[in-house]
Write a protein that binds this ligand. Sequence first.
Ligand code: NAG
Ligand code: NAG
Length: 405
Amino acid sequence: MLASGIIVIILIFGIYLIKQSSKTNPEKILNVYAQKGKWYSLKYCFMVSLLFLRRLKCYIYGKNHVYKIEILDRLQQLSYHDQAFDAVFFHAVSQNGIYFCGGTERRQKGKIVGLVYIVHPDYGVLESEELPDTNLDASVISLYKQDRYSGGGICITPLKPMKKWKITYKGLMKQHLNPHNRFRVDLDLDWTSDYQWFFFEVDVPISVIARAIAREEWSPKLFQNLKDAHQKHYEQMGYVNGTLQIDAVSFPFVNVDAFRDHSFGFKRDWSLMHRYIYSMFYLTDKTKIALGVVSQPCTTSHLEMGFVNHVNGKLDPIDNIDLFLPEHAENGVLPKVLNFTFDAQGVSYDVRMEFLYDTVHYKGSDREAVMNERFHKCIINGVPGRGISEWHYNKNILGVDDEKI
Ligand SMILES: *[C@@H]1O[C@H](CO)[C@@H](O)[C@H](O)[C@H]1NC(C)=O
Ligand SMILES: *[C@@H]1O[C@H](CO)[C@@H](O)[C@H](O)[C@H]1NC(C)=O
């Protein structure tokens, strides 16, 4: 009985293999975006098992025990690689239309990558003075004390792991639409959170990562690239309190919706990244959402990721985002509105975004990364909100040379 059962299974599997091997693999879309090939189902099952085993320890003991938050949520030792990095990034968005985003990325040789944007309905977009360039010197004190991310006027200090950070900015900012107009800006914010943190390598559903890797053409090189390009990345929603002063006018921030992330790893090479759209949403009912679709063809040419943070603290990982990059502004012409849907834990979300302000800055030693920072208004399943969206393009897509941009 058992033997004949096994024979039937082997036979079915054999027929499947013969049937599949006669098929041809579909071409990549635009030579970039891999499509499901003939061995997709097998590759998918293999990846699901592999990822499950890798995560088993976290499932049993919890990620807070496997990864010590005191070690993660602070400055990291930079690797010896030229492109070693340790980056933090923050948002604060109020429903009356004030937006802040800014971050600092520690790099080798006393350099940082830093930027600050503030949007206020009375002033439009204000940007830190060096923008659109972001390569800056680290502040001397941050090199000496190794307890803060700082340079170019911004200073970001971890105070309590996964609970509290401090953000200050002091300096001149220029008006995006009229760069001759300068304002003296003094920002002083406490970022706090009781929310869970979302750790990419543990919290993105296995099915999502398995799908992305199974779509690619497998080779030893792919797995080497996945290993080399691996970075630790986590995100957390929260609130800020503090003040924003623009020249002599002071604006209080009280319980303003906020976000942050922290990424670090062996190297960050912007020339490998093809494109991404990464967006955060802060809704008036206090639901907070972060999601992105990312194309880094040497590892995964189409990867979805994100989560919904409900007001009661419940965090739902996103299972599927119906936003396929080649169908949206692959040529770099940014649309003024964007509609799409996504699913998280059995709930479907219908997203409408309207972009109010657009800016651009560059990252990489040779401006390899062109980042459009887009400040939006949104409606998700009927609930209004606001947020910030970053549209990255590799400079090769836009076909612009450095002189023109
Ligand atoms: C922020 O400030 C408000 C008003 O002073 C206060 O009620 C609230 O508890 C503060 N939030 C945090 C997280 O400190
Ligand atoms: C997005 O949705 C809005 C509201 O339904 C609609 O008016 C608009 O035409 C849609 N835009 C696109 C580009 O589909």
